[in-house]
Design a protein around this ligand. Structure first.
Ligand SMILES: Nc1ncnc2c1ncn2[C@@H]1O[C@H](COP(=O)(O)OP(=O)(O)OP(=O)(O)O)[C@@H](O)[C@H]1O
Length: 580
């Protein structure tokens, strides 16, 4: 699949995966709407109160009416407070549920994506999807959602203004139209600027992430001299984007404010003329002005929120497209017993890109349990790629991989990970204790299982030597361990749960000679009953192998018993002799 085929384009029509998460929140929104009805009805009370004071109490000295009105207002305002509190509580619940439901779903989906799809985008592009979750949560549970709930009730205020002061009503209707038009214009302009800013922030964050991950190399080689100009370029693009967006926001906010004041002036002018014509009362004008304020406030807010709504739509579309991406198989119809470990590659051809060159071509091989098989060949000949295809991480374009005669494509990643232990060329460990690191793929592994894996990887004694033993924390990426120990712990993780197949990519690249000898011995023992495939050029390991497969430019150049192949590969050296 190419990057272009990844449907993360926000301009595509949205499917409805996110809506299934938002669906259960529908009831909360109905409750919110009902509460908003009460809140907005209550808001009508103050202008009516003012109207009564001006037109009745003041002119007729109606003290008892005043008492009744004040008491009524006090009760209504208490009620208003309770309703507003209830609205806030519902919003908090909605935010929490979204955070949990949508956040968890996106995380699960990310883990379910096939490796090929994951590798098509840089890490920060995937990370940004969690910002989309934040956008959806903040919009659905923030001021913008309250605005949506309040907007329908602005018609109440308009009707009331028409009832109290019809001439002023027409001024408000005109202002309403201008506000909506301005909100749409500002939304479009600001949205465009925000998208541009988002891309530039992504570029800056991507570079920052890379620099921080490679901080040791950056420090050691003083790479900041080369990285600083690139960072500054990205920063300049981002700052320019921010300034442009900020300028647009300010322009439309100020336009909104001027429009509000202008509407107020126009209302008072038209109202004054109407009072002089005796078409309305002073109380009516004051009340209409108050109602106008209630109507203009959400319209003013709409100017700022239009951008939020546009961002929300984009985030929804991106999340929908993401949730619609293909997944690794997650369920299996039948739980099978662990295989004995017979691995077969049948005429495998593999390309990283559909239109790219084949990195494996017509590779056929059968590996039986019993004895180590070594994969050798020059750099870039396809050894690591072949291991990943055997592991079921990359589906081949042609051919198939069979485990005990069954196509590995039918198994879930969890099943395959339980049956096939894998040591990658680049070790990746996660923060936690040594015990956690070894048992990570097997949460049910008991202490004896952890210790057995550690013994097999020649790391048990080293761990016991540490003050905190297996409870020693390894730090981010295992950086608190030495390189050799990191490799041993990763090897123990691959051996944990005694999988019937072991695929090990350069397992001794960071080991000292003693550990390498120990590893060679352990692997030879394990290989009695299992399938062990190692990518290695270590003569010590090769001397323990039963068969050797030589890869060249994605093809198998030679394959046979180690005794036949090794003398051809290393004519001047005896097996077991260390290369310089
Ligand atoms: N993720 C990837 N995307 C695109 N091409 C890749 C990717 N990984 C490897 N390749 C290419 O595939 C070819 C085989 O690489 P691979 O890592 O399998 O070789 P290798 O024999 O393991 O090499 P080495 O001995 O250097 O580890 C190389 O040309 C490499 O550039």
């Amino acid at each position: 699949m190419t990057t272009a085929s990844l449907p993360l384009d926000p301009d595509r029509p949205p499917p409805s995966a996110v809506r299934t998460v938002l669906g259960p929140l529908g009831r909360a929104f109905h409750e919110l709407l009902a509460l908003s009805l009460f809140v907005n009805l209550t808001a009508l009370a103050s202008p009516v109160f003012v109207l009564q004071i001006y037109d009745r109490v003041v002119y007729h000295h109606g003290l008892s009416t005043l008492q009744g009105l004040v008491l009524g207002m006090a009760m209504l305002l208490s009620f208003d407070f309770i309703m507003r509190q209830a609205r806030t509580r519902i919003m908090q619940t909605v935010a929490l549920r979204l955070e949990i439901d949508l956040g968890r779903r996106v995380f699960e989906k990310l883990n379910a994506l096939p490796l090929r799809v994951l590798e098509e985008r840089p890490a920060d592009a995937w990370q940004r999807l969690f910002r989309d979750v934040d956008v959806v949560r903040n919009t659905v549970s923030g001021a913008a959602a309250l605005l949506i709930c309040d907007l329908p009730f602005t018609t109440f205020f308009l009707i009331m203004v028409f009832l109290l002061a019809q001439p002023v009503g027409w001024v408000l209707v005109t202002a309403f139209g201008v506000f909506v038009g301005l909100a749409i214009l500002s939304g479009r302009a600001i949205h465009k600027a925000s998208m541009h800013e988002r891309d530039s922030v992504g570029g800056r964050d991507g570079l920052l992430g890379e620099v921080l991950r490679g901080r040791t190399t950056v420090k050691a080689l003083a790479l900041e001299r080369s990285l600083a100009p690139e960072y500054e370029r990205l920063l300049a693009t981002q700052v320019a984007g921010s300034i442009r967006r900020g300028g647009l926001v300010d322009r439309y906010t100020n336009l909104g404010l001027v429009l509000s004041v202008s509407t107020s002036v126009a209302m008072t002018t038209v109202g004054a003329l109407a009072i002089m014509d005796q078409a309305m009362t002073v109380g009516g004008l004051v009340a209409a002005n108050m109602l106008g304020g209630r109507l203009l406030a959400p319209l003013n807010q709409l100017m700022g929120s239009w951008r939020t709504f546009a961002g929300f739509r984009q985030s929804m579309r991106r999340l929908d497209a993401f949730l619609g991406l293909p997944e690794d198989r997650r369920t299996q119809a039948l739980a099978l017993a662990p295989p004995s470990g017979r691995l077969q590659a049948e005429a495998i051809t593999f390309r990283y890109k559909p239109d790219g060159p084949p990195r494996l071509e017509g590779v056929s091989l059968t590996i039986e349990p019993g004895g180590i098989t070594a994969l050798v060949g020059p750099n870039g000949s396809g050894k690591t790629t072949f291991l990943k295809v055997l592991l079921g991480l990359y589906p081949p374009a042609e051919g198939r991989v069979l485990l005990d005669g069954a196509d590995v494509a039918q198994f879930t990643r969890a099943e395959l990970a339980g049956w096939v232990g894998y040591l990658p060329q680049e070790i990746v460990l996660f923060e936690g204790t040594i015990r956690d690191a070894i048992a990570m793929g097997h949460p049910d592994l008991d202490d004896e299982g952890v210790a057995a894996a550690a013994r097999a990887a020649q790391v048990h004694e080293m761990v016991l030597d540490l003050p905190d033993g297996y409870a020693t924390r390894i730090g981010e990426g295992g950086r608190l361990l030495s390189g050799g120990m990191r490799q041993r712990v990763a090897l123990a993780r691959a051996l944990a749960g005694t999988p019937p197949v072991l695929l090990l990519d350069e397992p001794s690249s960071s080991l000292d000679r003693l550990a390498e000898e120990g590893l060679a011995h352990t692997l030879a023992e394990l290989a009695r009953t299992r399938t062990v495939v190692v990518v290695s050029h270590s003569p010590l390991l090769l001397s323990r192998c039963k068969s050797v497969v030589v890869m060249q430019k994605g093809r198998i150049a030679a394959h046979g018993p180690a005794g036949d192949i090794l003398p051809r590969l290393f004519p001047s050296r005896r097996p077991g002799e260390r290369s310089s």
